[in-house]
Design a protein around this ligand. Structure first.
Ligand SMILES: NC(=O)C1=CN([C@@H]2O[C@H](COP(=O)(O)OP(=O)(O)OC[C@H]3O[C@@H](n4cnc5c(N)ncnc54)[C@H](O)[C@@H]3O)[C@@H](O)[C@H]2O)[C@@H](O)CC1
Ligand SMILES: Nc1ncnc2c1ncn2[C@@H]1O[C@H](COP(=O)(O)OP(=O)(O)O)[C@@H](O)[C@H]1O
Ligand SMILES: [K+]
Length: 546
């Protein structure tokens, strides 16, 4: 589990540390710059001063640099991100590199600590204006440091993205051992790639200029990753994010950070030596003839994840079709709410899953309404997905009966139907940051619904009504785009219902279900179809030590 911070939270942590006398701003900046240089040498060990024979620089560099030095270009902005850049320039220079620094903005207006590091750099080298670098249209370096803007960027930039498409010496820059096949230098962003909002991951866009953000091979951030590294377009602008410790202590009483979900403990998932009903009984409602596939996928997911018993309920006409496809999963006729009341008379049924392939007719509305307490039925932990979400979106009275043991699992389209105003705010073009993020939207939705909301996508955000929020990341080393395949959401709904049947609170069931779902996709790899997902669980459990 890793905490992810907003720019305001990071500033508050830094300010508290400085105010307490624990550290000065200047020392923090020095640690940040040192962290960047360390990360560069860790990422490309052949560049580190202690690494064996001096690496041979590319030929074009030898022409204008007889000493055969490695070269860095550092682009510094007008704030403290630029200050970090001056520190990196100085440290690389001390390590024997040829370093050129270009400044965007007015040196006289640099904030105090950045100004101090500007002065220190000026004793070692020179500074030119950024325009001269842009006009040169040559990379002229092995590593380019993006220290233009960090967490303080609040308005769109124009023109910096162009730098990466108009450079004539890109081919000459090809240095195979750096592993960048497009022939660019290694591009390293300090804190966050300039042009990306650190709270939302959205790029600051201006209509006439595209792209507006820098694309980096590596981003080095400090203390904790920022939300923008994971959300929205943020991950598209960097291949990797490394977090460097700068000696700050997070004060959890002062900030309530969003967390990334990590592997559940094995003992949470282990079963004790008890009988099947002690491991819970899930009821999944299915649609009519020809529409049972989604419920069957959910049922398979619920059973594999460890529910003791799983039952699918369907109309009489669909019994034969479902019976032909189900073995370990049980089957009951549920035509209307009377049938549902009979089945729910069995108190051992302790988790419900409703929505996948359900349908949108009167029968289905009646069933969802019954599950949500109409007629006095005891509310049980319930996953509402797919068609159940569409029914909720169309019926305010139904929506108002959601309770704290519900989990809503919308994808972006369902989210927009359920929470149109929130989705509009999330998708509205905006030029002033920080932008409203998927985290903000999911938190607002959970507060309104009064239950857990799991907002799906490459990054799935899970929020509870009290503001607790976590992200199941599926980017960087957990990338699994092949999970976007028909029916995979149905399996996820089944996973969550199965975990709730094992008596985990809805929010834990949501985050464990989402994490295991991605893990199953990673385990299988490309070519995955929804049916494959539950079948990966035994191997995933083995890896976890369950
Ligand atoms: N505060 C601290 O003590 C530390 C800060 N650190 C660094 O400082 C960064 C944050 O510094 P700042 O808050 O100064 O923010 P930035 O350096 O990200 O930039 C803020 C500056 O850019 C200007 N600006 C914003 N949008 C602009 C635009 N579109 N065009 C032109 N100018 C624009 C602002 O008016 C402000 O002057 C972090 O990302 C991190 O790299 C690190 O050195 C660690 C210590
Ligand atoms: N690019 C992606 N990378 C990783 N996971 C993704 C990506 N796109 C979608 N997913 C995941 O795939 C699942 C798709 O669910 P959903 O949209 O409900 O599909 P369906 O209705 O076909 O089952 C969700 O769990 C979602 O988080
Ligand atoms: K930056």
């Amino acid at each position: 589990m890793t905490e992810l911070l907003t720019a305001a939270q990071m500033r508050a942590i830094e300010a508290a540390a400085i105010a307490s006398g624990e550290v000065t701003g200047l020392e923090l900046m020095e640690r940040a710059g040192r962290g960047v240089v360390e990360a560069i040498f860790e990422e490309w060990p052949e560049l580190a001063p202690s690494w064996g024979p001096t690496p041979k620089p590319p030929e074009y560099l030898l022409q204008d640099d007889e000493e055969g030095k490695l070269r860095a270009v550092v682009l510094c902005g007008p704030g403290n991100n630029g200050g970090d850049g001056f520190v990196v320039a100085r440290l690389l220079h001390e390590a024997g590199w040829g370093v050129e620094v270009f400044l965007y903005g007015d040196a006289e207006k640099l904030p105090q600590d950045a100004r101090a590091n500007y002065e220190r750099w000026m004793k070692a080298g020179t500074i030119a204006m950024l325009d001269t670098y842009l006009a040169r249209r040559k990379w002229g370096c092995d590593i380019l440091i993006d220290a233009l803007f960090g967490t303080g960027l609040s308005r769109p930039l124009c023109g910096f993205g162009d730098l990466f498409w108009n450079t004539s010496d890109a081919r000459d820059c090809h240095v195979p051992q750096f592993g960048h096949p497009r022939g660019r230098p290694a591009i390293v962003s300090i804190d966050i790639t300039s042009g990306v909002c650190s709270d939302s991951g959205r790029a600051f866009n201006l209509e006439d200029c595209n792209p507006n953000a820098i694309s980096a091979h590596l981003t080095v951030t400090f203390h904790r990753a920022k939300l923008g590294h994971f959300l929205s377009e943020g991950p598209q602008y960097t291949d990797r994010v490394i977090v460097k410790d700068v000696g700050l202590t997070l004060r959890p009483n002062e900030v309530r950070p969003v967390v990334t979900i990590s592997a559940p403990y094995a003992n949470w998932l282990e079963k004790d030596d008890d009988h099947k009903y002690k491991h819970g009984h899930v009821l999944i409602l299915s649609g009519g003839v020809g529409s049972g596939g989604a419920a069957r996928l959910a049922a398979r997911g619920a059973l594999r994840i460890g529910a003791g018993v799983v039952t699918v309920g369907c109309p009489a006409a669909a019994l034969v079709e479902n019976a032909a496809q189900l073995n370990a999963v049980m089957l009951r006729e549920i035509g209307d709410s009377g049938d549902l009341a009979d089945v729910l008379g069995d108190e051992r049924i302790n988790a419900l899953c409703v929505g996948p392939g359900l349908g949108l007719g009167d029968r289905e509305r009646e069933l969802v309404s019954f599950i949500l307490g109409e007629g006095g039925v005891k509310p049980r932990p319930t996953v509402l997905d797919a068609d159940a979400l569409t029914l909720l979106a169309a019926d305010q009275e139904l929506f108002s009966r959601l309770h704290s043991d519900c989990v809503l699992t919308p994808h972006a389209g369902e989210f927009a139907r359920l929470f149109p105003d929130i989705a509009e705010k999330l998708n509205a073009p905006s030029s002033v940051g920080p932008f409203y993020s998927k985290v903000d939207a999911t938190r607002d939705a959970a507060r309104r619904a009064g239950c857990v909301v799991l907002f799906k996508g490459a990054n799935t955000v899970i929020a509870d009504p009290k503001g607790g929020c976590s992200i199941n990341t599926s980017v960087y080393d957990r990338r699994a785009p092949w999970l976007a395949t028909a029916g995979s959401g149905d399996v996820l709904a089944g996973f969550i219902a199965g975990i709730m049947a094992r008596q985990f609170a809805p929010v834990y069931a949501a985050w464990m279900g989402a994490w295991l779902h991605t893990e199953c996709a990673i385990k299988f790899g490309p070519g995955l179809i929804a049916e494959d997902l539950p079948e990966q669980l035994p191997a995933v459990f083995r890896d976890l030590g369950v």
